[in-house]
Every structure is written in C-alpha cells, then in structure tokens.
Design a protein around this ligand. Structure first.
Ligand code: SAH
Ligand code: SF4
Length: 411
C-alpha cells in the first residue's frame, strides 16, 4: 500500500474546514500594497494618514509570518484587529483533501467559493520535494480553454480564471502545511529539502493556461517575489505556456520570471494536432517570441518541455528537428514521460527510446533532464490535476478502510 494520509479522520478535516475563510468577507490576500491601503481606508477603519503603515504591517503578517487570522497580529491593537475581522479575512481556502505519495510528493485539493453566479470550484496543487529544493506546481485556471490532445485538463471546459488571491492561497496553504513559515513545525515524517525553504521553487504548470489569465497571474507572482514578503526569487519561479505569443514578451517584461514553453513538436503539422493553439501562433512566431524574451541569456535559459509520445514525436528525426529549431536560443530541454489517463489514445514512449532521444540532445550540447515521474500513486503529475480526484477519492477511502480493518497503516 503506497498511499498515506494526513487528513484521515473527519475530525482533522473538520478542523481544517473551521479554519477556512468565512465566505462573506473579502480577503486581503492578493491585493497590491496600494490596493490594500485603499481597502483599509474605504472600510473606514483606518485613517488615510495611516494607510501605508497599516498596509505594510499587514503585508508583513500575511506574507512573512504567514498568519491566517487577525488575532495573531500582535503589534496591532485588539480593537483594530476586531474591526479588521469584521470587514475582511486573511483565512486559507478549504482543503478538501491532502494526499501524500510514498515518495513524499503531496497533492492538495482546494475548494474556492463561487465568484459571482458560479458554483464552488476545486483545483489541485502539487508539492514535489527533492534533495536541494521543494517545488510547488500551481494552477492558474479551473479547466482550460485550450485542447491539447494529450492533456487531460484539455478535455475539461474552462470553468473560470482563478483570482490572484486563489493563486497565492495555494502557495500560502502549502507553506502552512509544510511548516514553511517562521516558528512553525514541519509535520513529522514529511519529506522536505534538508536545508532552506520547504517551498523554494514555483512552477505555473498546474491546471490552466497562465497567459490566458495574465493579470491575476502577474499580480500573484509579483507578490510571491516581493522582497519584503514571500520573497521567492524570480529565478525560482517558472511560468509554463502552451504558446500564447502576444503575452510572452509581457511575461518577461512585466513579471520577470523564468519561461517554459510546452513545445512537444518541431513542425507545424504535428504541433497543430498536439497543441492546437499552434494554428493561431505557429512555430515561427513562437520561436521569434522566445528569441526576444527579456533577460534571455545563458544564465537565464528558456525551458522547452517535450512530452514523449510513443511513435508520435519520439524518433531521432524529431530530436534532430528539435536541435535545429532551437539553434541559437539559450535553452534547456525538459523531456516529460507522457502520463496516461483513462480514455487517451496516446502511450508513453519506451524508456529506451526516451534515453536515446535524451542522448542525442545531450550530445548536441543541451542539458536535457528527463522529468522523473513523481507521485504516480496519487496521480500528481502536472497536466493531470484534478481530473481523477472524484474517482480517486472513493477508491482511496476504500483502500484506507481496508488498511484500518486489517489493523495496519496509519489512521
Ligand atoms: N497550460 C500550460 C501549463 C500547464 S500544463 C502549458 O500547457 O504549458 C504543464 C505541462 O504538462 C505542459 O508542458 C503540458 O504540455 C504537460 N502535460 C499535460 N498533460 C500531460 C500528460 N498527460 N503527460 C505529461 N505531460 C503533460
Ligand atoms: Fe491547457 Fe496546458 Fe493542458 Fe494545453 S497542456 S490543455 S494549455 S493545461
């Protein structure tokens, strides 16, 4: 049995639900400093002349200390804390489920309240611990408007964009659960990097196309990299796009994070089939946008993601085409073993084929790490988020019950 759970008891789940945000109050998470100050003044609880100072205080509590309740903000008077609690919230979203893989990978299923007329939505966030770093894979949309043929998210309709608050909430809650704020304990047995931050890197590689939710993603990532707050280095934040060409320059210019391109094919005919946005922005335009990416250098390379699909894009001819296409661009190539999902017609390339492909690319001078499949027992691969959770929940519950009945496994 490979699954283990933190949230196995109803009691534990209830406790997390109780911490979840009261839906009525607007959150202060995800506002710029100026917006934060303005919200405090508009509510009538902070005079204009104190707005900047109060905004700075709150910023520190929210993003440096990771406090999720006004009551914990000790240098703010009790009366003001009570007023803040009446008007606003800094609480975390509801965690519907937390799963922990045998390799330490964690997957959270979050529920966010409806925005406007919609229904509550659920999204997933994945944490991948490695020797020297801990990477959080964050979602930007619920579903996706694009229809990449090998991606399970692509079979789901777009429900809505996530807000900046919801994008940040994934990071804040992951850090809560990993004890990654000052004076917090890491849960016993958690797999985290031996030193430094538990969440040291972010990849925008969960559900959705981040560049179709540009403003919210920009806001969230600027807050995540703010030096007086969450303080993640922009070099440790990677935004992955299927190739929304008009927003690529802006990503470098206005956000300044690292770029990853979901390339997957080296000619337009095949890419039209795999990544249909290619029909709108073909390879020539995509590659030109990459060459013009602000800050591009050997120290700041673009990552090209290439999913290995058996007999589709995995021949040595394809590898040659890849090297030709990327000539002159400071690049890393990330080979991703295809992660199959129920109903897909694709298969993952044989391991031998992947290694040959990787060797060819390495010999051409590119570092081409093969992304090791992680958390397979909880289906935590990027590009395969949320989709299986409904079905899994039932299966996992049964597995857990079986373990408990048998008298082993942790309850
Ligand atoms: N929409 C963005 C980011 C999310 S997808 C994008 O497409 O870049 C993150 C990565 O996972 C992308 O490179 C995507 O092509 C890849 N991916 C999607 N489904 C996959 C699957 N079943 N197996 C392996 N990789 C997959
Ligand atoms: Fe959307 Fe990315 Fe999946 Fe394509 S690969 S359908 S852009 S999430």
């Amino acid at each position: 049995m490979t699954l283990s759970f933190d949230l196995t008891t109803e009691g534990a789940r209830d406790a997390l639900r109780a911490r979840a945000a009261p839906a009525e109050n607007p959150s202060l998470i995800g506002l710029t400093r100026a917006e934060l100050g303005a919200a405090l003044v508009e509510s009538g609880i902070v005079p204009e002349r104190q707005a900047r100072m109060r905004a700075q205080q709150l910023w520190h509590w929210m993003y440096v200390r990771g406090v999720s309740d006004f009551a914990g903000m000790f240098n703010i008077s009790k009366d003001l804390r009570a007023e803040l609690g009446k008007h606003f919230t800094v609480a975390r979203p509801e965690i519907v489920e937390e799963q922990i893989s045998s390799d330490g990978t964690r997957k959270w299923l979050f529920r966010f309240p409806p925005r406007g007329a919609g229904r509550p939505v659920e999204i997933e966030t994945v944490y991948i611990p490695e020797e020297g770093r801990g990477t959080l894979c964050i979602s930007s949309q619920v579903g996706c408007t694009l229809t990449c043929s090998f991606c399970h998210t692509g079979t789901q309709k777009l429900v809505r964009n996530l807000t900046a608050e919801e994008i940040l909430a994934q990071l804040l809650t992951a850090r809560d659960r990993l004890g990654d704020f000052p004076d917090r304990d890491t849960p016993d047995g958690a797999v985290v990097p031996a030193e430094g931050r538990k969440v040291s890197n972010i990849v925008m590689m969960g559900m959705g196309e981040p560049l179709y939710n540009f403003e919210a993603v920009k806001k969230a990532l600027l807050i995540a990299s703010d030096g007086d707050g969450l303080s993640l280095s922009k070099r440790r934040i990677t935004l992955s796009t299927s190739g929304v060409v008009p927003e690529i320059f802006r990503t470098g210019d206005e956000i300044g994070v690292m770029l990853a391109i979901s390339l997957h094919a080296t000619n337009d005919d095949l890419r039209d089939l795999l990544v249909p946005i290619n029909k709108k922005y073909p390879l020539k335009e995509l590659i030109a946008a990459c060459r013009a990416y602000p800050g591009l250098s050997n120290a700041r390379r673009i990552t090209f993601e290439y999913v290995m699909l058996k007999d589709v894009n995995d021949s040595i001819e394809d590898a040659k085409g890849l090297i030709k296409l990327l000539k002159g661009i400071p690049a890393k190539i990330n080979l991703i073993p295809f992660n199959p999902w129920p109903g897909t017609n694709y298969q993952c390339s044989d391991w031998e084929t992947i290694e040959k492909f990787a060797d060819y690319i390495n010999n051409a001078g590119y570092a081409s790490p093969i992304r090791t499949p992680r958390g397979r027992d909880i289906l935590a691969a990027c590009g395969q988020l949320k989709s299986e959770s409904e079905r899994m929940r039932k299966v996992d519950r049964l597995a857990l019950e079986a373990m408990m009945i048998a008298g082993h496994g942790e309850a």
